[in-house]
Design a protein around this ligand. Structure first.
Ligand code: SF4
Length: 95
C-alpha cells in the first residue's frame, strides 16, 4: 500500500467512512465529506472541504483574528507561498 501524507490519509479515511459511491449516491465525494455532521469525530475539523465551504471557513477564521493575529497570519502565508514557489521552480511539486 502506498504511504500517504497526513492530508491524503485523512481524505482516504473520510472517503471510506462516508462516501456513497453507488449510482445516484449523495453527490461528489468531497461534497459528501463536507456535509458530514459528526461534529464529535476527531477528524471533523481536519476533513477536506469542497471549495465553497473551504472559503467560508477561511473567512470565518480571518474575521475572528485580531489585527496582530492577522498580520502574523499574512506573514506565515507569505513564507508558505515563497516555499511553495521555490519547490515548484525546482520541479519538486506536481502541477
Ligand atoms: S469527519 Fe466525518 S467523514 Fe471524516 S471520518 Fe469523521 S465521521 Fe467520517
Amino acid at each position: 500500500m502506498k504511504k500517504l501524507n497526513q492530508t491524503q490519509a485523512i481524505r482516504a479515511f473520510c472517503t471510506e467512512c462516508i462516501v456513497d459511491t453507488s449510482v445516484g449516491g449523495n453527490g461528489k465525494p468531497l461534497t459528501q465529506i463536507t456535509n458530514c455532521t459528526a461534529h464529535d469525530c476527531p477528524l471533523y475539523h481536519h476533513r477536506p472541504l469542497d471549495g465553497d465551504a473551504k472559503a467560508v471557513e477561511k473567512q470565518k477564521k480571518i474575521d475572528a483574528m485580531s489585527p496582530e493575529e492577522f498580520k502574523a497570519y499574512q506573514e506565515k502565508c507569505d513564507i508558505a507561498k515563497e516555499r511553495f514557489n521555490k519547490l515548484r521552480s525546482e520541479g519538486k511539486l506536481d502541477g
